[in-house]
Design a protein around this ligand. Sequence first.
Ligand SMILES: Cc1cc2nc3c(=O)[nH]c(=O)nc-3n(C[C@H](O)[C@H](O)[C@H](O)COP(=O)(O)OP(=O)(O)OC[C@H]3O[C@@H](n4cnc5c(N)ncnc54)[C@H](O)[C@@H]3O)c2cc1C
Length: 299
Amino acid sequence: MSVFNRLLVTGLPLVPKAVVHRFAKRYVAGETLEHAVATVRELNGLGAMATLDVLGEEVSEAERAREFTEECVRVLEAIDREGVDSNLSIKPTMFGLEIDEGLCHENVERIVGRAKELGNFVRIDMEDATTTDATLRIYRDLHARYGNVGCVLQAYMRRTLDDVGALPAEDVNVRLCKGIYIEPRPIAWKGYETVRHNYVAALEKLIARGVYVAIATHDEYLACAAEALIDRYGLAPDRYEFQMLLGVDEELRDLLIARGHRMRIYTPYGREWYAYSMRRLRENPEIAGHVARAALGRG
Ligand SMILES: Cc1cc2nc3c(=O)[nH]c(=O)nc-3n(C[C@H](O)[C@H](O)[C@H](O)COP(=O)(O)OP(=O)(O)OC[C@H]3O[C@@H](n4cnc5c(N)ncnc54)[C@H](O)[C@@H]3O)c2cc1C
């Protein structure tokens, strides 16, 4: 990132919320479940599946964690009622992981159990490294008892190849991403090319183990490497999927769909759109630049 772009990104929090909203809309399906379902329907029309995400993280009150749990149950029921092609992604800290692991486990179990009744699937996102062990514990237990649940592994973590080795033996569904949190070097690979290298190594290990893998990336290099592995292992199109975030590189999305790959779009919605959008904008200095110019009245 250039020094100029770095300055723009640092200044983002000073930009009025209304201006951020104008540019952030592309990353978020709206504030309500109705908006979210409408976006999923549009994506389905483009040949993509979706995974819905209720925005909100790091809940510190048990009551709030329960409210989010019930909101996720409503999402699963809306997907079923509206007949759209989507599953659900959830973040453990939203269901009380930072309050008590047992509380989080209970809430996530309620969601996974309801999804099972409705024939749907729940993906437990991976957050920062302080949550990895607890998240994998909850995942392993619910996977053994319900089955319709998947986890996420992050290629920047040094432990990831070991985590692939420790996955359950059967019916495993893993999303592989680079990882978005800032982790210390003793536990995380730091070089851009190093993370790519570990991504490809982990992807190959997952495929070789027969895991259904969700290849979550916008990095064309990784999409290309994934296609080579899919070809080398002769994977049928129903044994993997690509995943991308709503609003990011729609051209690559459409190219991959046109090449016959299953594609799932991570579709966040909810009132807490601001923090999520700021994270996306920080990752994309070009758009951050437009935001800054708009804020200065030159947009
Ligand atoms: C479906 C999905 C689920 C994810 N779930 C998790 C999770 O559970 N835990 C976790 O830690 N991380 C998660 N991530 C985030 C992920 O770890 C990366 O931080 C993020 O995807 C960027 O990595 P990349 O592979 O796209 O490569 P990058 O090298 O970051 O990006 C590749 C290209 O895409 C462009 N690009 C990337 N992001 C944006 C953007 N916001 N707007 C416009 N262009 C962009 C870049 O400019 C670059 O040209 C998820 C990502 C996806 C796609």
